[in-house]
Design a protein around this ligand. Sequence first.
Ligand code: GLU
Length: 390
Amino acid sequence: MSMKLAARVAQVTPSMTLAIDTKAKAMKREGIDVISFSVGEPDFDTPAHIRTAAEIALEQGKTRYGAAAGEPKLREAIAQKLQRDNGLCYGADNVLVTNGGKHSLFNLMLALIEPGDEVIIPAPFWVSYPEMVKLAGGTPVIVPTTLESGYKITPEQLRQAVTPKTKLFVFNSPSNPTGMVYTPDEVRALAQVVVEQNLLVVSDEIYEKLLYDQAEHLSIGAVNPDIFERTIVSSGFAKTYAMTGWRVGFLAGPLPLIQAATKIQGHSTSNVCTFAQYGAVAAYEAPQDCVQQMLQAFSERRQIILEFINAIPGFNCPKPDGAFYVFPNIAQLGISSIDFCNGLLETQQVAAIPGIAFGADDCVRFSYATDVESIRRGMERLTTYVKSLA
Ligand code: GLU
């Protein structure tokens, strides 16, 4: 029997971050000494107090269906965090708890985008943004940025990309894959264009706590009341609290939008795993020492990986201020990012993500959310590999 699949399946490309991570993990299981810089996943265990809070919730019978929008306690904790850390005046009703940051963006696209709508996405972009827009029936409008501008979209570029069909601007700072952080002044300038052009903006702030040197994070919605009304925030617990497998994230924004996204979630996944949500409550309510400790480790790893990357002839890598990625430009090597990464994995057993997954075929992404020993060994192999290409 031949089964005719829905046309939307053919429109999307599989997630390369997940595909390469799966391949690298399978090679490891076969006993191959793979060093993976592929998926953006902290190598730390979830901090003990967060695990304990979930265990207690489990013991206390928090094992049943909950409200689709999330446990009231977690919605409240998220609203308070957004007020305290980000200067965003949301109440618990403005928050939808989702199955990770990815799911919050997906719910948003389904709730907001329809055929004919254009969504502006600066490239390099996180792999799933354009695919989500397409799945919702919309049209991604990709705006390429340059190495010279630090891979940041300028206000002028944003203005020029707007058409009467533009509905949403996808803004991600700190950025995956580049690690770039927009300065507060740059955020303010982009906010002005969003308001002036009557757009909405989704601000993906999942890496907001992973900042180095003097980098500062300003939530675009906090710039002024006009932009606040036009902002939707997407975030989650995975990267800051080493909770990737828990699948807890959130969407926050204007009430009608959150209600719409909740309606969609009510017919797709219902609530997020109930006891996992209590772990997330503890993540926000307890002291943040664990975040500082992990940040310190990421900061040391960043120095080490950058020393290696900067010493590789043919690599050109702006210094990232945030997240846990380095994104060197390999244009001088004259090889596509897929060929580069395939060769690296086959000959040196080192996994990295081809920039083409992020709309930048002349770059490669390395995640340094892995231990120092692996970083050193992997970078030595990478250096050997690049020399072999010369
Ligand atoms: N956001 C992470 C990354 O870019 C996780 C993988 C994914 O969900 O695509 O590696």
